[in-house]
Design a protein around this ligand. Structure first.
Ligand code: SF4
Ligand code: SF4
Length: 344
C-alpha cells in the first residue's frame, strides 16, 4: 500500500469525507499561506482532509433556537481535526519522516504587521484543500463538498515526504450550483453577488465571489455586531453598530466596538481568540458557511429560516432574548443608557 493510500484509509476510518495531497510543485506561485515551509522547513507535501459539522445543529443555530450546540460541535471538531493532523504526522514520523500537524483554526502569523487586524493564517487549509481536491470553492469562498455543502471543517498535515499529488475536484463535480444564497446570508453583505476574484495556485486558477472588505467579517463573525442594515434580522450577536462603507471609518468603528465589547456580560461557552485574549469570543455567525447545502431548495429554506429568525438583544444579566425586529428594537431602546451603549 502506498503512503498516500495508507494516510487516506487512516483518515477515512476517522470520519474524513475526502482526502487530498498537495506538494510544493502543486502549490507553487500560490499566496503566502500556501507556503508549507512556514510550518516545517524542508516540507515537500501536505495532506488535506475534510470532516463534517453536525447537520442537526445547523438549523437550530440559523433559526436562533440554539446557539450552543453548534458552537460546541464546531469547537470540538476543530480540536479533533488538529489531533488527527498530528496523528497523521505521528504515522509519518514513525517511518522516520519529519512531519507536523497544524491547528485547524485560530493560528495566525503573529510575525506579520498588524496581525491582530489582518489575521493571516499560518497555513490556508482552504487553498490546500481546493488545490488537492479535498474540497472545492463555493461562490462564498468557503470550501465544500457534495453532501454536506460547506458545513465542513478542514485539516492539514505538513511533511517532508514526497507524496503523490492529487488534482482539484472538476468543475462538473462541484457541489456549488451558484445559487448565491450564501451572499444573502451575510448580515454584513460582505460577499459580492456579481463580482469575482481569483487565486492561482500551482498554475491553476480558482474563482469565487469577491469580498467587499474582510473587516466586515471580523466585525460580525467576531461577535462585535450582527444586525443586518435592514434592521430586520441579525446574527447571534446583539451588536447594532453602524457599518460605514469607507474602509478607515469601518476600521474605527470596529475598534470602537471591540473596546465596548469588554464591558458586555459574558455568555456561556465561547473560546479565547489569540487576537483578543482578554475576552471570550462566541460563535455568532458563520451563516455563509452554514446556510449552504449545495442544493438550492434546502439552502433556500435555511436562508428563509435565518431571515425570519429575528434579532438578538443582550439583557443586563447577560442572557440573550431573540425577538422579532420591531420588538427587539423597542426592547433595546428601553435598556439602560449605559448598557445600550455597549452595543451601538
Ligand atoms: S449557497 Fe449556493 S452559491 Fe453559495 S456556495 Fe452554496 S451552492 Fe454555491
Ligand atoms: S461569517 Fe458571517 S460575517 Fe463573515 S462573511 Fe460569513 S456571513 Fe458574513
Amino acid at each position: 500500500m502506498s503512503l498516500n493510500q495508507e494516510i487516506s484509509e487512516f483518515l477515512r476510518s476517522k470520519g474524513a469525507l475526502r482526502v487530498g495531497f498537495a506538494t510544493r510543485e502543486t502549490l507553487a506561485g500560490g499566496p503566502p499561506s500556501t507556503n508549507l515551509e512556514y510550518i516545517l522547513p524542508g516540507a515537500r507535501s501536505a495532506v488535506s482532509f475534510a470532516l463534517p459539522l453536525k447537520q442537526e445543529y445547523l438549523e437550530p443555530f440559523l433559526g436562533k433556537k440554539d446557539r450552543s450546540r453548534h458552537e460546541e460541535d464546531n469547537l470540538s471538531l476543530n480540536l479533533r481535526i488538529k489531533d488527527l493532523s498530528w496523528e497523521v504526522a505521528g504515522l509519518l514520523k514513525s517511518r522516520g519522516i519529519l512531519s507536523k500537524g497544524t491547528a485547524a483554526n485560530l493560528k495566525y502569523r503573529q510575525d506579520a504587521p498588524n496581525w491582530q487586524v489582518n489575521l493571516l493564517p499560518d497555513i490556508s487549509h482552504r487553498y490546500l484543500a481546493v488545490r488537492s481536491g479535498a474540497a472545492s470553492f463555493g461562490w462564498s469562498g468557503n470550501a465544500g463538498i457534495k453532501g454536506p455543502g460547506t458545513a465542513i471543517l478542514l485539516g492539514t498535515t505538513v511533511t517532508t515526504a514526497e507524496l503523490e499529488p492529487t488534482g482539484p475536484i472538476p468543475e462538473s463535480e462541484s457541489f456549488c450550483n451558484k445559487c448565491k444564497l450564501c451572499a444573502s446570508a451575510c448580515p454584513m453583505e460582505m460577499i459580492e453577488k456579481k463580482k469575482e476574484m481569483s487565486v492561482t495556485i500551482g498554475g491553476m486558477t480558482f474563482i469565487h465571489a469577491a469580498r467587499k472588505s474582510y473587516l466586515l467579517c471580523q466585525f460580525c463573525c467576531g461577535g462585535f455586531t450582527g444586525l443586518h442594515k435592514s434592521g430586520r434580522w441579525s446574527s447571534w450577536s446583539p451588536g447594532r453598530f453602524r457599518i460605514p462603507e469607507d474602509e478607515p471609518e469601518l476600521l474605527n468603528e470596529l475598534m470602537r466596538s471591540i473596546s465596548l465589547y469588554n464591558g458586555r456580560p459574558p455568555l456561556p461557552g465561547g473560546y479565547t481568540h489569540p487576537a483578543h485574549p482578554e475576552n471570550r469570543i462566541y460563535l455568532t455567525c458563520g451563516n455563509c458557511q452554514l446556510v449552504c447545502t449545495g442544493e438550492k431548495k434546502t439552502t433556500g429554506a435555511r436562508l428563509k429560516l435565518l431571515h425570519n429568525s429575528g434579532c438578538v438583544i443582550q439583557n443586563p444579566d447577560g442572557s440573550l432574548s431573540v425577538l422579532p425586529a420591531p420588538e427587539a428594537e423597542a426592547a433595546f431602546e428601553k435598556l439602560d443608557h449605559s448598557h445600550r451603549n455597549l452595543y451601538q
